[in-house]
Design a protein around this ligand. Structure first.
Ligand code: NIG
Ligand code: FE
Length: 419
C-alpha cells in the first residue's frame, strides 16, 4: 500500500462482527476482537486493519498522510439505527400524564391524539422547520455514535405532506454526515379526513401517494403500521405488495400490541424486516426464520409505554436462529429518544441480550435491515470507514455504565466528524 490517507492508532480494543451477511443465533455472539490495533484508511474506506505489530511488519514503507491516536479506547463499526420516525413536527409531552395514568396507546390514537396529533403539527410545519428539528435529532444520533439511520414518513398522510417529509429526509441525507435511508410510511394511521373510511384511504395511498413517491425516487422501503384498529393484515398486504411492484422493499410494524399475524405476513411477502414483534407467536417467528426476515426490536418503546411484555429476543436468537437487530424507534409518541446507547442498556436489561449480541444487532444486522450489509456494519477491508470510538474499555461496559454518552469520536467515510 503506497499511501494511507489516515492511520488510526492506539486502539485498545477493536471489536466487530465479521462478514456482510446478517448474523443469527449463535453467530451473534461471535464478534472478533483485536487488541492494540490500527486501522488504515484510504479513499474513505478501510484499507487494512489488525494488530499494530503486524502493521509494522507488513506496511512499514507506506506513506501515511495523517495519524490519529485514540488513546487506548474501544473502536467498533459505526452504529446503524434502522427504524426511526426522524422527521416530524411538534412533540407530545401533554400526553405523558394520560399515558402514566394508564390510558392505552391505541386509545389515545382512537381519540384523535397520538400519531394524529403529530400529523397536525407536521402538516402545519414548513419544510424548513421540519428540516431544522430533524437535523438537531440527527446531530444527537451522531454524537451517540450512529453513522447511518433510517427515516420513515407517516406524519403527513396526504400526498403533499408526505412528500414534504420525504424531501426533508432526502435533503438531510445530502447535507448531513449521517446517511439517511428513506422509508415511505403513508400507512401509519388513517387521517381525520378519512375517519371510518380506511378502505378509501388505502385506495388513495395505493393509487395516488405510492406511484408519486416511487416516481420521484423518494423512498427505498415501504412500511405499514399493521395493528388492530389501524391497518389490517389484508390492507397491509395490499399496500406492501403494490409497493414491491413499484420497487420499494417491505418493512412492517408487526404484532406490537395485538398478535394480528404481521410476522406471518412479513414472511409471506418476503419483507426485509419486521419491527416490534412484542406479541409475535411461534408461528410468526418461524415464518420470519423461513423467509430470512430480520426482526428489528425496539426495547425503548416497550419501556416508555410501560408495557410488561418484551419482544422474545432470547427465543428469536436461541430457538429460531434469527438475526436480531436493535433500533431506537425514535418518534414523538411511543419513544422520544435519539439515544441508541440507552437502547443497548434496555436490550441487556429487558431482552436479556449479551454485549456481543447487542453489538451485532446495532451494526451488521441493522445494516442488513437496510440492505447495506455489503457496505457498512462491520470493520472489513473495502467497507466504508464508518467507525465509533467509545471511551470504554470493552463492549460490556456500554450497557453496563448507563445513562451517559460513551462516544469519544465518530468517523464517517474516513473523516473524523466527532472528536
Ligand atoms: O413505531 N407504532 C407505530 N408507530 C410508532 C409510534 C408513532 C407515534 O406514536 O407517533 C412506533 O412506535
Ligand atoms: Fe416505529
Amino acid at each position: 500500500m503506497e499511501r494511507i490517507d489516515l492511520l488510526l492508532t492506539g486502539i485498545g480494543s477493536l471489536v466487530t462482527p465479521q462478514g456482510n451477511r446478517p448474523r443469527g443465533g449463535q453467530s451473534m455472539k461471535e464478534v472478533c476482537e483485536t487488541k492494540d490495533a490500527v486501522i488504515a484508511i484510504k479513499h474513505g474506506r478501510i484499507a487494512w486493519f489488525g494488530p499494530v505489530n503486524e502493521f509494522q511488519e507488513q506496511l512499514a514503507g507506506s506513506e501515511i498522510a495523517v495519524t490519529m491516536d485514540v488513546g487506548g479506547r474501544l473502536v467498533t463499526p459505526g452504529l446503524v439505527d434502522p427504524h426511526t420516525h426522524l422527521v416530524h413536527g411538534g412533540s407530545r409531552e401533554h400526553e405523558l400524564v394520560l399515558k402514566r395514568s394508564g390510558v392505552p396507546y391505541l386509545d389515545i390514537l382512537a381519540q384523535g391524539g397520538g400519531i394524529l396529533h403529530t400529523v397536525k403539527c407536521t402538516r402545519a410545519s414548513s419544510e424548513q422547520e421540519l428540516y431544522e428539528k430533524a437535523r438537531r435529532s440527527l446531530d444527537e444520533m451522531l454524537l451517540n455514535g450512529v453513522t447511518t439511520v433510517e427515516a420513515k414518513s407517516g406524519y403527513g398522510l396526504s400526498l403533499e405532506a408526505e412528500l414534504k417529509q420525504l424531501s426533508v429526509a432526502k435533503r438531510l441525507d445530502a447535507v448531513h454526515v449521517v446517511d439517511v435511508v428513506s422509508t415511505f410510511m403513508g400507512a401509519h394511521a388513517v387521517p381525520e379526513e378519512f375517519k371510518g373510511r380506511s378502505e378509501a384511504f388505502v385506495d388513495y395511498l395505493v393509487n395516488v401517494m405510492l406511484p408519486k413517491v416511487a416516481e420521484e425516487g423518494l423512498a427505498e422501503f415501504c412500511d405499514v403500521f399493521c395493528e388492530r384498529g389501524v391497518f389490517s393484515i389484508e390492507e397491509s398486504r395490499r399496500i406492501l405488495v403494490e409497493a414491491q411492484r413499484l420497487g420499494l422493499r417491505s418493512k412492517i410494524h408487526a404484532d406490537e400490541i395485538v398478535p394480528l399475524g404481521g410476522a406471518e405476513l412479513a414472511g409471506e411477502i418476503g419483507a426485509i424486516s419486521a419491527e416490534h414483534l412484542l406479541t409475535a407467536t411461534d408461528t410468526g417467528l418461524a415464518a420470519l426464520a423461513a423467509s430470512g426476515v430480520i426482526p428489528v426490536l425496539l426495547p425503548g418503546t416497550s419501556f416508555n409505554l410501560g408495557l410488561a411484555t418484551h419482544a422474545r429476543a432470547r427465543d428469536m436468537i436461541d430457538k429460531y436462529d434469527l438475526p436480531v437487530a436493535l433500533s431506537t424507534d425514535y418518534n414523538p409518541g411511543s419513544c422520544p429518544t435519539e439515544s441508541i446507547q440507552l437502547i443497548m442498556m434496555l436490550a441487556s436489561l429487558n431482552l436479556k441480550m449479551s454485549p456481543e449480541e447487542i453489538l451485532t444487532a446495532c451494526t451488521i444486522n441493522a445494516a442488513n435491515a437496510l440492505g447495506r450489509g455489503h457496505d457498512i456494519g462491520s470493520i472489513e477491508v473495502g467497507k466504508r470507514a464508518d467507525l465509533t470510538i467509545f471511551d470504554a474499555p470493552n463492549i460490556a461496559y456500554l450497557p453496563y455504565h448507563f445513562g451517559i454518552n460513551h462516544t469519544y469520536g465518530v468517523m464517517k467515510n474516513g473523516e473524523m466528524v466527532v472528536w
